[in-house]
Write a protein that binds this ligand. Structure first.
Ligand SMILES: Cc1cc2nc3c(=O)[nH]c(=O)nc-3n(C[C@H](O)[C@H](O)[C@H](O)COP(=O)(O)OP(=O)(O)OC[C@H]3O[C@@H](n4cnc5c(N)ncnc54)[C@H](O)[C@@H]3O)c2cc1C
Length: 472
């Protein structure tokens, strides 16, 4: 008989926690899992999945407009926000049920409640009871933060954006990361007058500079007002009619204000420090390569560790943890060459290093770049250009970065990631027969190098992108 109630207690039923529960269960561990809100976590309930559904909805406007050049007449196209939200909610409820079923299949004991850490082997539940476990896994994710300005309480975050009663006539989004540009595309596409206010020079800090410039140009062409080097100072007014004051003293009106200004790990009040778990400056749980914290019986995976804040990463970390600790098959997650997409419109897909980091790491960096109008827009008439870029280590011919702004960039980056992971060289790309006519074929037909350096390397190293941390 074990001296503990459970082999494993997981706090958090999101991407990382549920995967860890399933795999630990398969390894015959006696598992318990606590979820204080809804199973599925951020990704399923108020992140990737509902976001992508809204992105799909927002892009029909382009399809209707583009169809005219192909001979179509679309009469009376109208959008109904409540229908979209109700359908989205139904799908999210279905997925939540699947997640719950997954933990049930793992024979995990489910606690639908908040849980905190009371000691190296003890978890406290909201009803005051304690449960013990040989190992505790913290998989509590993160939450959005708002800047501390007068009137901040009037603004929504991505959490509330999914549940607005109606589509606002106009929206001002503050921030310059993934979530800010994705929601700018969503609200604009659905018909809201959209303004993006960002304090930096260009959106998407950490991404390849050509992508950042290219996306800002395309957003502006679509009619999204992008105000960079601008920051919000105060919000006044009431729902549907806010007056926003910027730090330069100018004011603007918006029916809705949304902050996409950062996310922070869910560690406050979790009892971790009392148990001896070391936290980093952002409140993130500090862990080693095996996701073990400074307390040997307490592990952490996913956004709460603030490594790379993406769902597939949280899932892998949860899987590796369970195999390592309960399956006697130790492995660690490689955080290099993680493909990522930004579901802006047009979207970004990228894998490998951006130019500003690649040029520091590879002194002989070859750059290939193409900017062109895709075939579809010769008839649609849309003024939108695709950007594709390959970065190659001139010494080894290895492709070290692959970047794209344009339709289906996310799908293309996923496949390019396999090639980069296998160590593909530029010669391998060149030897691959093009698939014609496609946009992706440009990646195997790029022959002309861009004269280096382009642009000159920065003097101060710029941080790499870290997923949906949204640091603005
Ligand atoms: C708007 C938005 C869009 C995103 N889009 C994408 C995307 O397109 N692609 C992508 O890869 N990633 C995306 N992400 C990021 C992705 O959602 C996260 O990286 C991922 O969900 C992290 O998983 P996790 O298991 O670490 O945490 P989460 O999924 O956040 O799960 C943590 C769970 O713990 C629960 N919890 C917290 N504290 C406690 C407690 N004390 N007791 C009990 N339960 C607790 C929470 O309720 C939550 O359910 C997006 C995020 C946001 C916000």
């Amino acid at each position: 008989m074990s001296q503990y109630d459970f082999d494993l207690f997981i706090i958090g039923g999101g991407s990382g926690g549920v995967r860890a529960a399933r795999v630990a269960g398969q390894h015959e561990a006696k598992v318990a899992i606590a979820e204080e809100y809804r199973f599925g976590g951020t990704c399923v309930i108020r992140g990737c999945v509902p976001k992508k559904l809204l992105v799909y909805a927002s892009r029909f406007r382009d399809d209707f407009q583009d169809s005219a050049g192909f001979g179509w007449t679309v009469d009376g196209a109208r959008f109904d926000w409540p229908t979209l939200i109700a359908n989205k909610d139904r799908e999210i409820a279905r997925l939540e049920g699947l997640y719950r079923r997954t933990v049930g299949n793992a024979k995990a004991t489910v606690f639908d409640t908040r849980a905190t850490v009371a000691g190296p082997h003890t978890v406290a539940l909201a009803d005051g009871s304690n449960v013990t476990a040989r190992v505790i896994l913290v998989a509590t994710g993160g939450h959005p933060v708002k800047p501390d300005i007068p009137g901040a309480e009037h603004a929504i975050t991505s959490n509330e954006a999914f549940h607005l009663k109606e589509l606002p006539a106009s929206i001002l989004i503050v921030g310059g990361g993934y979530i800010a540009v994705e929601f700018a595309g969503i609200f604009h596409g659905l018909g809201a007058r959209t303004t993006l206010v960002y304090r930096g020079e260009k959106v998407l800090r950490g991404f390849d500079d050509d992508l950042r410039t290219g996306l800002m140009e395309e957003m502006a062409k679509r009619g999204i007002e992008v105000r960079t080097k601008a920051d919000i100072a105060a919000i006044a007014g009431h729902a549907g009619a806010y007056r926003v004051t910027l730090k330069d003293g100018t004011t603007t009106e918006a029916a809705c204000v949304m902050f996409a200004t950062g996310r922070t790990p869910n560690t406050r009040g979790l009892g971790l420090e009392n148990a001896g778990v070391k936290l980093g400056p952002m409140g993130q749980v500090l862990v080693d390569a095996e996701s073990r914290s400074s307390v040997p019986s307490i592990y952490a995976v996913g956004d709460v560790t603030d490594r790379v804040n993406l769902t597939p990463v949280a899932i892998r970390e949860g899987h590796a943890f369970a195999d390592t600790v309960f399956g006697n098959t130790p492995w660690t997650v490689d955080h290099d060459l993680i493909p990522t997409a930004v579901f802006s419109t047009p979207e970004i897909g990228t894998v490998g290093l951006p130019e500003h980091i690649a040029c520091l790491r590879y002194p002989r960096l070859d750059i290939y770049r193409a900017r062109f109008r895709p075939l579809k827009h010769t008839l649609s008439g849309r003024d939108e250009r695709v950007l594709q870029k390959l970065l190659v280590d001139g010494d080894t011919d290895k492709v070290v970065g692959c970047h794209m702004l344009g339709p289906d960039a996310s799908e293309i980056a996923q496949m390019a990631a396999i090639a980069l992971r296998m160590g593909a060289t530029k010669a391998d790309f060149d030897a691959t027969v093009a698939l014609h006519p496609s946009i992706a074929e440009e990646f195997v037909t790029m022959r002309e190098k861009v004269p280096a350096p382009h642009p000159p390397p920065p003097k101060v190293p710029v941080p790499e992108k870290k997923g949906y941390d949204e640091t603005a």
